[in-house]
Design a protein around this ligand. Structure first.
Ligand code: 2AM
Ligand code: CA
Length: 287
């Protein structure tokens, strides 16, 4: 057993096998991102069919081919792991001893992709069971047209193109540049706008870039001082949350509970900014 403390995450003791798995999983994810990235580049600007999914945005042949590519590689190398992919759902439980689950978005930011905004990515997060608890072990987010590859393994820090990254050290709300996304699939748009008004009035600025996994990585990198969005899915958040935590950010839901990938709402920011945004959120939701 090797004791490991991840800076933004609760401490965990990882068994040696988990540390070894993290290394092979990272290598496999990099290869999958190389291949899936080539698929996304091939179809970019040349899509033949774009469909609207029921309350879930757009899907194209690029999303599907990218997911097939990633699943083939991961299943080939880790036959006893489960895969939860945005386009194909959960692969059958093959009864593996690791209880390992990959959460994969083959194309995060599909609307950007379809409209030829180059801000989109592949997101791959791996969660395993350690001492009866589910823990995020590895996260990789790759933006092929930006040439950005973010990665993290639990307890080992976060990286962009192999260089270490850190969340922002700005502590004042007025110095903060924040990112968010809007959700139209519940009745909270007015509340979302109220929080937006607070941020526009009191902080440095707000951006809405349209790919949650990348927004989280830009919190990890210290570009953004926080990110929040509701109605997300595990494949949007798993990898980016691990990367952000390893870079020193805190990730919770909108009431401050430590984030797990099954939560639909995420607020991720370095500690002081997390507290500022959470207070604003609570004030807005009380109104
Ligand atoms: P996607 O591109 O993989 O669908 C944009 O705000 C972020 O929310 C993206 O990460 C997008 O992921 C995700 N998202 C979740 N539900 C969505 C929806 N109904 N429409 C568009 N984007 C959605
Ligand atoms: Ca997607």
């Amino acid at each position: 057993m090797t004791p490991i403390l991840g800076p933004g995450a609760p401490p965990v003791v990882l068994p040696r096998e988990a540390i070894e798995l993290a290394q092979t999983a990272l290598k496999a994810s990099f290869r999958a991102c190389d291949e899936a990235g080539a698929v996304l580049k091939k179809h970019y600007g040349r899509l033949k069919s774009v469909d609207e999914k029921f309350q879930a945005g757009l899907v194209s042949e690029a999303d599907r081919e990218s997911e097939d590519t990633i699943k083939r590689l991961i299943h080939g190398q880790f036959p006893d792991h489960q895969i939860l992919g945005e386009e194909t759902g959960l692969s059958a439980d093959s009864g593996g001893t690791w209880k390992a689950l990959w959460m994969i978005d083959p194309l995060d930011g599909t609307t950007n992709y379809v409209h030829r905004v180059p801000f989109f990515c592949i997101s791959m997060g791996l969660e395993i069971e350690i001492h009866g608890r589910r823990e995020l072990l590895v996260g990789v987010v790759d933006a092929p047209l930006m040439n950005w590859r973010y990665h993290a393994a639990r307890g080992q820090g976060a990286f962009l193109n192999s260089s270490p990254i850190e969340a922002s050290r700005r502590t004042e709300f007025r110095e903060g540049l924040f990112a968010t996304g809007f959700s139209n699939s519940d009745n909270t748009l007015d509340q979302q706008m109220e929080l937006l008004l607070e941020v526009i009035r009191k902080a440095r600025g707000i951006r809405r870039l349209g790919a949650a996994a990348l927004d989280l990585c830009m919190v990890a990198e210290g570009v953004f001082d926080g990110f929040w969005e509701r109605n997300l899915q595990p494949w949007d958040t798993a990898a980016g949350v691990l990367i952000a935590r390893e870079a020193g950010a805190v990730a919770t839901d909108f009431s401050g509970r430590p984030f797990v990938p099954t939560y639909k709402s995420v607020l991720c920011a370095p500690p002081a900014q997390h507290e500022h945004v959470l207070q604003h959120m609570k004030r807005v939701s009380r109104r």
